[in-house]
Ligand binder design. Structure first.
Ligand SMILES: C[S@@+](CC[C@H](N)C(=O)[O-])C[C@H]1O[C@@H](n2cnc3c(N)ncnc32)[C@H](O)[C@@H]1O
Length: 255
């Protein structure tokens, strides 16, 4: 398939990307400060935002092939928490928790700030829960954290089939379903979801329904102006953790 790529520059570039996710099938997106490049299989729809400069990349540049390995590196999320693809060596001397995630078709190689905020909140709230659920698992990176920490009852879901396949392969023995939180088979003690704010609002009833409240709930993926509206729908909020443009909220277990 030949894709078209559009570079959108301006203060509302991130909002434009969010709007596009609702309007069309965004096949790829590269987010930078004040700019996004999106790959679509169609023309770019009208963007109802002021002050955006938009230009289409030449077809050859839009469809340039790359191995995807050029910029791979180990990502030190915290001093004792590292994410790396299998083909990158563990840094010499590192003795902390390692998440080895192959870069594939699914979101979640550890580079995105929303993933890092989720991982940091998860790391901070971890108290060896007996069960764990990951809503919008992507590559399975957050569920992998639970697996590496010894949790043996892990479920996850994603609305994208490539993500479901990737997560099943990454975490054998886990229960990964295609669909939203309501498709997950049991109530889990620790629940995590790294979704856009719009997705959080839509999925929240299902997320809360799948949470036993015996361990923490972590919601990540909100931009600063979106955090309060999500927080107001939670029973309580113990902490907010921000990485780059994204915040993760942690709700503690009920007493
Ligand atoms: C931002 S990615 C997060 C991936 C990974 N968990 C991470 O933290 O890097 C969000 C994922 O949620 C999925 N998704 C969006 N809405 C969903 C919903 N209502 N239920 C399940 N998955 C959803 C998307 O397909 C995507 O794979």
């Amino acid at each position: 398939m030949t894709l078209r790529a559009f570079r959108i520059v301006g203060a509302a570039a991130a909002d434009a990307l969010e709007a596009l996710h609702a309007l069309v099938d965004v096949r790829g997106a590269l987010e930078e400060a004040g700019a996004v490049t999106v790959w679509l299989d169609q023309a770019l729809p009208e963007m109802p935002f002021d002050g955006l400069a938009i230009h289409e990349l030449p077809p050859a540049a839009a469809n340039a092939t790359s191995t995807g390995l050029e910029h791979d590196r180990a990502i030190l999320v915290a001093k004792d928490l590292l994410v790396r693809p299998p083909w990158v060596e563990r840094p010499i001397g590192f003795g902390g928790i390692e998440l080895v995630v192959p870069r594939g078709m699914a979101f979640g190689s550890g580079e995105h700030d929303s993933t890092q905020a989720a991982l940091l909140a998860l790391h901070a709230a971890w108290k060896a829960p007996t069960s764990f659920a990951d809503v919008g698992t992507g590559s399975g990176i957050l569920a992998l954290y639970a697996h590496v920490r010894g949790c043996r009852r892990i479920e996850a879901c994603d609305v994208e089939e490539p993500a479901v396949l990737a997560a099943r392969e990454l975490i054998p023995g886990s229960e990964v379903t295609l669909g939203g939180p309501e498709t997950m088979p049991w109530r889990a003690d620790f629940v995590i979801a790294n979704l856009t704010a719009a997705e959080q609002h839509a999925a929240l009833p299902g997320i809360l329904d799948r949470w036993s409240q015996k361990a923490a709930l972590v919601l990540s993926g909100m931009r600063a102006h979106e955090v309060d509206a999500v927080a107001s729908r939670l029973p309580r909020v113990a902490s907010r953790l921000t990485r780059g443009a994204f915040t993760a909220l942690t709700t503690p277990p009920s007493a």
